[in-house]
Design a binder for this molecule. Structure first.
Ligand SMILES: Nc1ncnc2c1ncn2[C@@H]1O[C@H](COP(=O)(O)OP(=O)(O)OP(=O)(O)O)[C@@H](O)[C@H]1O
Ligand SMILES: [Mg+2]
Length: 370
């Protein structure tokens, strides 16, 4: 899958690797090339993801960059019966959400080198979100800050029993994230081992990512987010290395329907491969998920949970799967760890488990039944 390097490009890269401060003229003289030829090779090496930027910062080995939603989540839990058209006393909680943001936080907690790209408003919530990410070691240098729209926000009003009465979402800021933002961040994306994108991105931004991936050495994973947002993906999924969605999202994208069974999810995963994705994971809630790899498909049952809050389970599954792929596992071994991370996340109130780490996962391996 890695873009092959031409012999001269490889020679230029070897010299830069040996001495990151080497000058273009020095390379040109050593290799018997024109300086302009060396400059062109360096531009190519940036496009292909081997060089991160000026100053010749070299791409680190195993890195994931998550690109997509960053959301301020608010929950308002009514203390008594809700009365419309007047003020109701509530207990409120605030947290950070967005699929790409959750995946990035999980990846960092698992110990992966992680970057995060999104668009946030020039407001207190947005700046606090970026600070939170930075403080846990995530590279947010490519995040876009705009004064045009506020940071995305989701608010849920729950009745006294905890059931959703009304959800409101302002995600309009994501419309401002355009293909040119992808172009600008491209050296960082191309330099990653895995780029993970969610369908909070616009159709234009998603298709720019998919088409750029075709001439780069990074691999691209995508999550559907919702049945409403998955249709932003093109029908031709070529260029996507790994796609994550649940059965309903697969049905919405492909205009077909499957039973929420192991067989149904396996069929949906194969259908996503037929549409062009190299690998597909189709989840079926508490049952588990089908994993279609390059040359075989299998169903991975969920690890039994004692759930308290389902929020973020799918995001933890994706992050742990990508983390293990970065560590060298195949998709089947990686996704198995993904199901364990998902189960652990259902057992805490927050959308990212506060104790998550690679050791925490290891301590719970005994929970696999097979
Ligand atoms: N009740 C549960 N018990 C154990 N594991 C679960 C449960 N619900 C979900 N999971 C795990 O999480 C994975 C993804 O969950 P699910 O199919 O609900 O994704 P989703 O519908 O995309 O949800 P999300 O909104 O979290 O993205 C499942 O394949 C499973 O491994
Ligand atoms: Mg999901």
């Amino acid at each position: 899958m890695t873009q092959p390097l031409a012999p001269q490009e490889a020679a230029v890269l070897a010299m830069i690797r040996n001495n990151p401060f080497v000058g273009q003229q020095e390379i040109a003289t050593a290799l018997g090339l024109a300086r302009s030829t060396v400059a062109a090779h360096i531009a190519q090496l940036m496009t292909k993801g081997h060089i991160l930027g000026r100053g010749y910062m070299l791409a680190s080995e195993a890195r994931a960059v998550c690109i997509g939603g960053a959301v301020l989540d608010r929950k308002y839990h009514a203390r008594g019966k809700i009365v419309l058209e007047t003020s109701n006393p509530v207990d409120s909680t605030r947290s950070l959400g967005g699929v790409a943001r959750n995946v990035a936080e999980n990846l960092a907690r698992l110990g992966s080198s992680t970057g995060f790209i999104s668009i946030i408003g020039d407001d207190d919530g947005g700046h606090a979100l970026l600070k939170y990410m930075r403080d846990i070691g995530i590279d947010v240098s490519q995040a876009v800050i705009t004064g045009e729209r506020p940071t995305a926000e989701y608010a849920a009003i729950l009745d006294a029993a905890g059931d959703l009465v009304l959800g409101i979402a302002d995600m309009s800021i994501f419309d401002l994230f355009q293909p040119e933002h992808i172009d600008r961040a491209w050296p960082h994306l191309a330099a990653a081992s895995w780029v993970f994108a969610d369908c909070n991105l616009s159709a234009d931004a998603l298709s720019a990512l998919i088409s750029r991936r075709k001439s780069a050495s990074c691999r691209l994973a995508i999550d559907a987010v919702s049945t409403h947002k998955v249709i932003r993906l093109p029908q031709d999924l070529n260029g996507i290395d790994l796609i994550f969605m649940n059965i309903d999202e697969a049905a919405a994208l492909l205009g077909r329907s499957w039973m929420p069974t192991p067989e149904g999810s396996a069929e949906a995963a194969l259908a996503l491969q037929q549409a062009g994705a190299a690998m597909a994971v189709v989840s079926a809630g508490a049952r588990g998920m089908a994993v279609a790899g390059i040359d075989k498909a299998t169903f991975i049952p969920a690890v039994k949970a004692q759930p308290v809050d389902m929020t973020g389970a799918g995001d933890a599954m994706i992050a742990a799967t990508l983390h293990r792929l970065l560590e060298g596992d195949d998709i089947f071994a990686a996704a198995r760890i993904g199901t364990l991370a998902a189960t652990l996340t259902t057992e805490c109130e927050t959308s990212v488990h506060p104790d998550l780490s690679a050791d925490f996962i290891d301590e719970h391996r005994h929970r696999f039944e097979i």
